[in-house]
Design a protein around this ligand. Sequence first.
Ligand code: GLN
Length: 480
Amino acid sequence: MDLGLLTVESTRTAIREKQFTAGRLVDEFYKKITEDDPEIQAYLALSRERALQQAARIDDLVGRGEALPPLAGVPVAIKDVMVTKGVRTTAGSRILENFVPPYDCTAVARLETAGAIVLGKTNCDEFAMGSSNENSAYGPVRNPRDRSRVPGGSSGGSAAAVAAGTAVAALGSDTGGSIRQPAAFCGVVGLMPTYGRVSRYGLIAFASSLDHIGPLTRTVKDAAIVLRYIAGRDPQDATSADVTVPDYEAEIGKPVKGLKLGVPKEYFGEGLDAEVRIAVEAAIQQLAADGCEIVPISLPHTSYAIPTYYVIATAEASANLARYDGVRYGYRSKQARTLAEMYRKSRDEAFGAEVKRRIMLGTYALSSGYYDAYYLKAQKVRTLLARDFEEAFKTVDAIVTPTTPTAAFKLGEKTDDPLAMYLADIYTVVGDLVGVPGISVPCGQTKSGLPIGFQILGKHFDEATVLRLAHAVEHGLAAN
Ligand code: GLN
């Protein structure tokens, strides 16, 4: 059995047709993880007992000839920012080194209800802050396509597990690009749903108005399948939307002919690598050949997206991370003699450099006297960015761009230069700020064999069109 070739679709069929049992499949995956993961380091924790229990449940259903849930027996990996009952959850941080949550994240619980098997928790940048997975307190992840390179971040472990064949699918989180960017770097599909489409209950908060949970998969169809089962209103998350969840799998088969695609000139300017540009333009031509109408557009406020994101994301993070005070859970300093000292030392000893940098930036942006100049201003610019999209979506059905300006960079290449690192998300942050759905789908590779990602952004709650277009790109690539 070649685990690296299994998809959500083929796995559930194989289980249903008794080609192998869920129990055997789980064993095979753990064997592969034991062999391959020490170098790649995609996993931070394995949930073996839980996985075997779930596999036994599925095999029992198969054995009794009962109806199977839709994802029966599909082994998945979960980014370690989603809480899992009884399974250590660290958010890539020392401050949660020994944290074993008492409940499950809604998206994880929904996957298990649908029959999926959780293999373990994946490595990520600390509190999902980063673009290379090098900010994890537990060491970096290596890109399975080239082990001297980063897998992208912050969902680097999830992307690497899918690319390495140590999971069939994974969940990641995207606040500024953290599903799409690692998907592009590792050559897999990464989907950020519309803000509110998937419940954030049980997602360890980074920036609450920007955080999204979504799937990383080997095929577009798999992303469509997984999205269907994690999406939908959840009473535990007031921002989750009560919007009908379509059968995305059925939607992606529809032809793309006649769809209007906006190509924003601001996404093809300075800083875009030539090989990435060529591959993305070829994918656009392919869509044109499939009958899409290509429309040059402008999103005039694009150059403000990165600064706007880093004011809003850090402001929200500074508030969200105030809860790690050494009192109720998480790391507590042993050096402290007074209460104030305990707060200070616990946070000083257990947060990493990037997290501290963001708490300081965000606290500053929110402080009285600077609030209007930074946070309020950033919120106003966020509205202008949203209007750029509203205008564009009056004439186009979707917007197509590169996912990242370059392919995967070398480990260590940008670690000393936070600003250079922040620019890795230059094409992805806007989607989060505006709350629209976005996908990264592989569209080719560089001469040295590094994957290149094609980004499609859609209208609010129109994941169906985004997936449909991504499916066409995937098939165009396969045909060439
Ligand atoms: N790389 C971006 C950041 O560091 C995005 C992170 C994310 O989407 N979680 O904030």
